[in-house]
Design a protein around this ligand. Structure first.
Ligand SMILES: Cc1cc2nc3c(=O)[nH]c(=O)nc-3n(C[C@H](O)[C@H](O)[C@H](O)COP(=O)(O)O)c2cc1C
Length: 168
C-alpha cells in the first residue's frame, strides 16, 4: 500500500503547499494528484493520505472537492486509513469561516473509521470562528497565503516533522 497527497486548488495556493509537503516528505509520498483526477476507487488504493483543501465562498468546499463530495466521497473506505489534512484560507478576509472546509474532510474520515493525524495549534492566527477547530486545535495544518505567506515554509516543515512518523 502507498501514500498519496491529494488536493484541490482553484488559484494555485493549495497546489503550491502540496508541492512543498511533497518536497519535505520525499520518498515517503508515492503520488501527488489533483482531486479532479481522482475517483473513490483511486483513493481506496492508498492506505495513507495527505488531503489538501482550500475554503471558498464563506466556508464552503473548493469546487473540485465539492464535486468529489457529491459524486465519490461516500464510496471512499476510510476504515484503517491514516489521514493528515492541510487547509488554505484567508483569516483577514473570512474571519468567520477560516479554514472551515478542513472540517468536512475530518468528519468523513472519522465517521468512516479512519485516523486523523497532524492536528495543529491555532496560535499565530487571528480569526473569529472556524469549524476546523476541534478540542482547541485545527484538525490539520492551516496555511494562509493571503496574509502570512512568509510563514508557510516554516509551518510546512514543522508539520511534516510532526506527521513524518505516521507516514514511514
Ligand atoms: C471568493 C472567495 C471566497 C473565499 N472564502 C473563504 C472562506 O470562507 N474561508 C477562508 O478561510 N478562506 C476563504 N477564501 C480564501 C482562499 O481559501 C485562499 O485564497 C486560498 O489560498 C485559495 O486556495 P487555492 O488557490 O488553492 O484555491 C476565499 C477566497 C475567495 C477569493
Amino acid at each position: 500500500m502507498a501514500t498519496a497527497i491529494i488536493y484541490g486548488s482553484s488559484t494555485g495556493n493549495t497546489e503550491k503547499v502540496a508541492d512543498l509537503i511533497k518536497d519535505e516528505l520525499g520518498d515517503l509520498v508515492n503520488d501527488s494528484k489533483e482531486i479532479s483526477d481522482v475517483s473513490a476507487d483511486d483513493m481506496n488504493g492508498y492506505d495513507k493520505l495527505i488531503l489538501g483543501i482550500p475554503t471558498w465562498n464563506d466556508g464552503e468546499l473548493q469546487e473540485d472537492w465539492e464535486t468529489f463530495f457529491e459524486d465519490e466521497m461516500d464510496n471512499v473506505d476510510f476504515g484503517g486509513k491514516t489521514v493528515a489534512i492541510f487547509g488554505l484560507g484567508d483569516q483577514d478576509g473570512y474571519p468567520e469561516f477560516f479554514l472551515n472546509a478542513m472540517r468536512a474532510i475530518y468528519d468523513k474520515v472519522i465517521g468512516g473509521g479512519g485516523k486523523v493525524v497532524g492536528q495543529w495549534s491555532t496560535e499565530g492566527y487571528e480569526f473569529d470562528e472556524s469549524t476546523a477547530v476541534v478540542d482547541g486545535k485545527f484538525v490539520g495544518l492551516g496555511i494562509d497565503e493571503d496574509n502570512q505567506d512568509d510563514m508557510t515554509d516554516e509551518r510546512v516543515e514543522d508539520w511534516c516533522d510532526e506527521i513524518r512518523d505516521y507516514f514511514e
